[in-house]
Ligand binder design. Structure first.
Ligand code: S3P
Length: 175
């Protein structure tokens, strides 16, 4: 089984993914951004500034397809932390719905603003003025896609990574 963690930048996908990985003994762990960075030999921010978002989305779709195919074939369990924009692409949505149990880590704008303050260097889509407005605009454009992919929704506001991890395990009956 592939458990995919989705949600907006700063909701804790990678950190919660790592916590879950430590708790679930039979799962591998892949962070999709880290996978793309390893394949490309450069940071996501460099891909964005070099070739732009559309190029990155192609890499992201290809990486998701490759990972899903590999784990379908090897039959192993996988925890997969997605990028915040992975469900923006309709083919990715189809893959996530069909091939994974997708958990949406839902956060309020205020939580995301707090978590993302000072993070714009690593997140090209948040550069420039008006962090809160950027988050509001992107989140409202994406929230339907996040919900559409999700088998489960976990509200993360005011919770520690540990609490979110426990809630995911309980809600999805993973243990
Ligand atoms: C993106 C989120 C980032 C990364 C890229 C684009 C997005 O991942 O994939 O900068 O479109 O929301 P994180 O959500 O892990 O920051």
């Amino acid at each position: 089984m592939i458990i995919a963690l989705s949600g907006f930048m700063g909701c804790g996908k990678s950190s919660i993914g790592k916590e879950l990985y430590e708790k679930l003994e039979t799962y591998d762990f892949i962070d999709l951004d880290a996978f793309i960075e390893a394949e490309e030999g450069r940071r996501v921010s460099e891909i964005f500034s070099g070739e732009g978002e559309a190029f990155f989305r192609e890499k992201e779709k290809k990486a998701l397809g490759e990972i899903v195919e590999e784990y379908r074939e090897n039959g192993k369990n996988l925890l997969l932390s997605l990028g915040g924009g992975t469900p923006v692409c309709s083919e990715c949505i189809e893959i996530l719905k069909k091939e994974t149990l997708c958990v949406y880590l839902r956060a309020k704008v205020s939580t995301l603003v707090e978590n993302l303050n000072g993070e714009a260097d690593n997140r090209p889509l948040l550069r420039g003025q008006g962090l809160q407005e950027r988050i509001e605009t992107l989140l409202s454009a994406r929230c339907k896609a996040y919900e559409d992919c999700a088998r489960y929704i976990i509200d993360i506001d005011g919770k520690s990574y540990e609490e979110c991890t426990e809630e995911i395990i309980r809600t999805t009956n993973l243990k």
